[in-house]
Design a protein around this ligand. Structure first.
Ligand code: XBP
Ligand code: MG
Length: 254
């Protein structure tokens, strides 16, 4: 089957948003609410095991703060904190501090020129996706993606496959016509469970995850002058960037 669409995860895949973006914004929201919750870089790495910001805050309290006496309206507090966190995060993106990862713009531009369709499947909040695309990619970049599946549109977040099913349904495509791009084990499990072949680009938080079953695991997608490294999967002689030609080759060999 021919390659019809690329489906991208957002956080960690399009850009390194977690450590200097989401984490900072959570801490700003906590401080703004007068809470002593503080997520440092290593703790945040552990908390990333749970996807979704609201889910992550609840997990933090249950697991790390047994001392905290939950108020009766704890759900409302979590919702307020999350809304504040989204404001802080989109504000940070507006300052232009978080760039796309290497090769992302190149591959997306090639796909657009080649008529390969684009979509997004993420656990993060829709506003966050739109802000990242606008500020890091192009003012109109959200319109390049036919389907943006994000946040609470599905009940179960990654590693559940629901967000990929949601996107595939709206693209009217079968998994075998698409490739997914992820950076984490939770993301890979979600894509795999939806039947999608998946390219992984690792980052500092996900380098040691279990990526068995991925089509290929790279350090990054590669740019001219900045070749990718193949961390696992078939070595690719003489190729230094993941482009559509290589993607098609990897699919044929799979
Ligand atoms: C990333 C996540 C998200 C973000 C926070 O998912 O797990 O929870 O860290 O986003 P993905 P929200 O890599 O699938 O994009 O606070 O908006 O939930
Ligand atoms: Mg991710």
């Amino acid at each position: 089957m021919s390659l019809e669409a690329l489906i991208f995860d957002v956080d960690g895949t399009l850009a390194d948003t977690e450590r200097d973006g989401h984490r900072v914004a959570f801490n700003q929201a906590f401080a703004g609410a007068g809470l002593d919750w503080r997520w440092d870089v290593p703790l945040y790495g552990e908390l990333l095991a749970v996807t979704g910001g609201k889910e992550r805050m609840r997990h933090y309290i249950d697991r790390y703060r047994p001392d905290y006496a939950k108020p009766a309206d704890f759900d409302a507090l979590v919702a307020r904190l999350h809304a504040a966190k989204t404001r802080h995060y989109t504000g940070l993106l507006g300052q232009g501090g978080i760039p796309l990862r290497p090769g992302v713009r190149r591959l997306i531009e090639e796909a657009r020129q080649d008529g390969v369709r684009l979509a997004i499947a993420t656990t993060t909040t829709p506003d966050n996706v739109i802000a990242l695309l606008r500020h890091a990619m192009a003012p109109e970049a959200a319109s390049w993606f036919e389907v943006i599946g994000a946040g609470d549109v599905v009940a179960a977040k990654k590693p559940a496959p629901d967000i990929y099913h949601y996107v595939l349904d709206r693209l009217h495509l079968a998994p075998a016509q698409c490739m997914a791009f992820e950076d984490s084990e939770n993301g890979l499990r979600a894509a795999q469970a939806a039947g999608l072949a998946t390219v992984i680009t690792v980052n500092d938080y996900t380098r040691d995850h279990d990526f068995s079953g991925a089509t290929i695991v790279l350090d990054q997608l590669g740019e001219p002058g900045r070749p990718f490294q193949v961390l696992s999967g078939r070595a690719v002689n003489g190729v230094s960037c993941l482009d559509l030609g290589l993607l098609r080759q990897l699919r044929m060999n799979a």
